[in-house]
Ligand binder design. Sequence first.
Ligand SMILES: C[S@@+](CC[C@H](N)C(=O)[O-])C[C@H]1O[C@@H](n2cnc3c(N)ncnc32)[C@H](O)[C@@H]1O
Length: 180
Amino acid sequence: MLLPFFRRHVRTHHLDIGVGTGYSLAKSDLPNDTAITLRDLSPSSLEAARLRIGRAGARTIKHDVMTPFPGAKCFYSISLFYLLHCLPGPLEAKGSIFGNLKHSLRPDGVLFGATILSCEAGHNAFGRKLMSLYNSKGIFGNRHDTQAGFEAFLRKHFGEVSLQREGCVLMFSASQSIDR
Ligand SMILES: C[S@@+](CC[C@H](N)C(=O)[O-])C[C@H]1O[C@@H](n2cnc3c(N)ncnc32)[C@H](O)[C@@H]1O
């Protein structure tokens, strides 16, 4: 479900934030002229993703997504894949990321992503154990992440919001940013 969703939204000038190993970009068969920027807190993730996607022109930027990044509205698409559930709460802090990133999107651009929701989403017993362990170790910070919460923050910053649920994973896309 995740890869087709990623492929559907990625465009020619793309910013991927929280790159991991670059899996989604590497598997998306992007046209050769796609301009890719990778942003992550971890230099080793940036390097792993850069090598995996194998694009000579790919830019890498070390940056904490929780802080604003100055720059022009230059990207046609921005992805946040499996990043938000790794960030510390509260949900308001994650919501402000949408407000920062809309300033990097072209007026016709799209912000999209996928994230694992809190236990409210109905994890099974194994999932609940894993959630508890990961949250206690700081690997996840999604104890308070709800679909309604994400939807409210997305709608605060974007005129067009679409949400899709697969089990405990929320996939979202947002466009037509609202300037305020
Ligand atoms: C689970 S991985 C994402 C995997 C990848 N996007 C995928 O879908 O396969 C989370 C990534 O987010 C990065 N990350 C964690 N906190 C971050 C932050 N505050 N700002 C930017 N990147 C962060 C980690 O270094 C890691 O590369």
